[in-house]
Design a protein around this ligand. Structure first.
Ligand code: AMP
Ligand code: MG
Length: 523
């Protein structure tokens, strides 16, 4: 097996097996690739090898996205390649790269951060789309600060499973190709072992990348980065009066849409620092995330978040706050069309106007999703109140988020015969019954019959989400070198809206032991 990080360096003649072809398809040398922005943005360095790596999880769906064969993971050398272990020397120009960014963490300016344990391999172009591949956990970089450059098996499995689950829920996200593991010990609260997750995304650029160059007053680099994103992802911004303001507008829209989707499915990101916010509005950096089981609007999924800054109900506000940081970072680029003396004042006004667009986008986005979740065919006055009332009684009863919505599909607009499944989730039956009566009254205004409403609802209310205890079970088996549960769970989560009666256990309420599970920033 040969190892080649880029087409330009090792032409196809050197390649024979499927893995060689894959390796030669990955390049950081193509025009427009992030790595082509150059040394102000990244540092090239080799990955730090992991001893005797093995495959823990693989996504044939992500492989297909890249034009890679579904059988790739069984190729000899696969685990080595996707752990960053070189089997031949890296040519200097094609070394993997760590990018520099800064950011606000927990509301405070944190200064320079950067890819402390992630390395870009390059891009793959397939079926007219380009994806960047990144190893996470592949060793120290110039941006590691006090960190060891590693990721543990536990958090790597969680990232792998959740990015695949989110994608199949229809929520924008980075993807994951695979997880590899190694017996190399890694110290966290206790000793764990190392793993690498290979992430795949059109771009890994974060709000924090812009904040970085802004904070160093490096306006040329700031502009080059914005140009890179515009040229690659939002070429229509060039037609706007102010392309950079148009870029901010795109970030506002995609972020508002993303958070509306998180809220509608009960997903908590856990660490919405500006360095964990994708400029493309993708869910990125899965750490102490969680899907809410028993609904608590104040749910905090990150055990390290003592103030609840990133609690479920805070997420829209925090997204808006983060967009302010992004706008601040882009500010020097705004207003080129105004005369010099008025420029900065006008730029601020423009930015504020664009940021205001968040509210105009978020509220209807969430309302629309809630209408779909409730199976309301048309929009009517009072729909918001109906949805809010449901959240209120779910909160008071700690009713299971996923099952409540899934069970609503069984209710009938005619009588209470189908209420039982949802009703059973509420201790306060009278409160549920009162809401159910309002719901039925509302449904009577829609022409749609129960059957077609139920079908539509089951397409938006998942039966299966990555509950903490499901991930934990897969992790416990994986620690014993049994990776079959990672694969089984991933397969269930790829069909979150299907009944899958044979997998009913994966849709059940969390077991008692799950209440003691704590997920922290430690990863
Ligand atoms: P996170 O909280 O995972 O988003 O990480 C915040 C910053 O810390 C980023 O710059 C990460 O690259 C860096 N970081 C987190 N864990 C490690 C680690 N084990 N080694 C090096 N850098 C890390
Ligand atoms: Mg991060």
């Amino acid at each position: 097996m040969t190892f080649s990080p880029g087409t330009a360096e090792f032409p196809a003649t050197a390649a024979s097996g499927p893995l060689d072809l894959v390796a030669s398809a990955i390049s950081s040398q193509r025009n427009g690739a992030f790595a082509q922005l150059g040394s102000a943005f990244l540092t090239r360095l080799p990955a730090a090898p992991l001893p005797a790596p093995y495959v823990v999880g693989f996504s044939a769906q992500t492989a297909a996205l890249l034009g890679f064969p579904a059988t790739l993971a069984s190729e000899p050398g696969f685990a080595d390649y996707f752990s960053g272990n070189p089997t031949r020397e890296w040519p200097a120009a094609a070394l993997p790269y760590a990018s520099v960014y800064s950011g606000h963490q927990f509301g405070v300016w944190a200064g320079q951060l950067g890819d402390g344990r992630a390395l870009g391999l390059g891009e793959v172009e397939h079926a007219g789309a380009r994806y960047e591949l990144q190893l996470k956990g592949s060793g120290r970089t110039p941006y590691s600060r006090m960190g060891d450059g590693r990721a543990v098996l536990r958090s790597s499995i969680r990232e792998f499973l959740c990015s695949e689950a989110m994608h199949h829920l229809g929520i924008p996200t980075t993807r994951a190709l695979c997880v590899t593991g190694s017996d190399q010990p890694v110290r966290r609260e206790e000793m764990e072992t190392a793993a690498v997750v290979t992430r795949v995304s059109p771009s890994f650029v974060r709000f924090g990348h812009f904040e970085h160059f802004y904070s160093h007053d490096r306006i040329d680099e700031l502009r080059a980065l914005a140009d890179h994103i515009i040229d690659r992802f939002y070429p229509a911004c060039r037609d706007a009066d102010d392309p950079y303001l148009a870029l901010l507008h795109e970030a506002v829209l995609s972020t508002a849409d993303l958070v509306a989707q998180w809220q509608a499915v009960g997903f908590c990101h856990g660490v919405m620092n500006t360095d964990n916010m994708s400029i493309l509005g993708l869910t990125i950096d899965y750490g102490p995330f969680g899907f809410i089981d028993g609904f608590d609007a104040n749910h905090i999924c990150n055990h390290s978040d003592s103030q609840g800054r990133y609690a479920y109900r805070m997420q829209p506000q925090i997204a808006y706050w983060n967009l302010f940081c992004l706008a601040q970072g882009l500010l020097p680029l705004f207003g080129a069309r105004y005369e010099e003396s008025k420029r900065s004042e006008r730029a601020v006004e423009d930015a504020q106007r664009v940021l205001e667009g968040f509210k105009a986008r978020f509220a209807p986005a969430l309302e629309g999703r809630m209408r779909d979740k409730l199976g309301l065919e048309t929009a009517r006055e009072g729909d918001d109140a109906l949805a809010n009332k449901l959240f209120e009684i779910m909160h008071a009863n700690r009713a299971d988020f996923t099952l409540t919505f899934r069970h609503l599909a069984q209710m009938s607009k005619h009588d209470a015969r189908g209420d039982a499944a949802a009703r059973d989730l509420f201790l306060d039956r009278a409160a549920f019954d009162a809401w159910a009566n309002d719901y039925r009254a509302r449904l009577s205004h829609d022409a749609r019959d129960d059957t077609s409403r139920a079908l539509a609802m089951n397409r938006v209310n998942p039966k299966f989400v990555l509950r903490n205890h499901l991930a934990e079970t897969a992790i416990r088996h994986a620690k014993e070198k049994d990776f079959s549960e990672v694969e089984r769970l991933a397969a269930v989560l790829r069909r979150p809206f299907d009944e899958q009666p044979e997998h009913a256990a994966y849709a059940a309420l969390p077991p008692d032991w799950a209440t003691s599970l704590e997920v922290s920033c430690s990863s």
